[in-house]
Write a protein that binds this ligand. Structure first.
Ligand code: ZN
Ligand code: FE
Length: 256
């Protein structure tokens, strides 16, 4: 068994980033850097150095701490080739299908265009975890800033195909508002009802609703369910191409 630890950190208003630590080799990576000070404090508290920054996409709330952390730890910055000019301090570009070896931790890069064109997710099969940035949220997905609905639907499918026990670490705590939208769309989905109740309780206690899981999102996330006949019927698009159904759900959420 791989002796590794994942630490999810709350940053800024509603961002999360994750530290991943290989204890055997004393190697640490961070996925995105919303706040250098929060990340530094978490590293210091554990006596860890920072070896790698992995970037999901180029939006400021995911790269803001890159240069400060690189300066302090001399860590290696990795990010998507497609948007490399917009990633401060980048040393290595990645694209879908690439594999990174961080100590004993193997990270597979999954291309997930939609929110941005270069957006990538990092999947650690041995840790049963995937880090999805702003592609997927619990019961939601990222807004389409650069890509098309068809691209984002492809990205949803790529994540949906991961082993169902895989933990999903997202870039934002948007779960409560996503839950309201999802339940409004699918009021009779019992698993969704249960998840919404759980989310409400967690938020009342100020506890993160993340990570979620592939299994949970498959059953409760409307953006992953654009090809499910029951959901298609609820939006009046039975038998339509899933990418179009996805586009309609995304449109409704944008207007919600
Ligand atoms: Zn973003
Ligand atoms: Fe973001």
């Amino acid at each position: 068994m791989l002796n590794a630890e994942i630490v999810q950190l709350s940053c800024l208003q509603d961002n999360y980033c994750c530290l991943i630590h290989d204890a055997e080799n004393n190697i640490t990576a961070v996925i995105d850097t919303p706040d250098a000070e929060v990340i530094e404090a978490a590293l210091e508290q554990r006596g860890w150095q920072l070896d790698y920054i992995l970037t999901t996409h180029h939006h400021w709330d995911h790269i803001d701490g890159h240069l400060a952390l690189k300066q302090r730890y001399n860590c290696r910055v990795t990010g998507p080739a497609e948007n490399q000019d917009e990633i401060p301090g980048i040393d290595q570009t990645v694209a879908g299908g690439d594999t990174l070896q961080l100590g004993r931790i193997r990270m597979q890069v999954i291309a997930t265009p939609g929110h941005t064109l270069g957006h990538v997710c990092y999947w650690a099969p041995e840790l049963q975890a995937v880090f999805v940035g702003d592609t997927l949220f619990s019961m939601g997905c990222g807004r389409l800033f650069e890509g098309t609905a068809a691209q984002m639907w492809q990205s949803m499918q790529a994540l949906r195909e991961l082993p169902e026990a895989t933990a999903i670490y997202c870039g934002h705590e948007y779960t409560a508002s996503n839950a309201r939208f999802a339940l409004n769309l699918e009021p009779d989905n019992q698993l969704l009802q249960e998840r919404c109740e759980q989310v409400q309780q967690l938020r009342e206690q100020g506890v993160p609703t993340l990570p979620t899981s592939v299994n949970q999102e498959r059953k409760t996330n409307p953006f992953m369910r654009a090809d499910v006949p029951e959901l298609q019927a609820l939006v009046g698009m039975e038998g339509m191409p899933p990418a179009e159904v996805f586009a309609e759900i995304r449109r409704r959420k944008d207007q919600a």
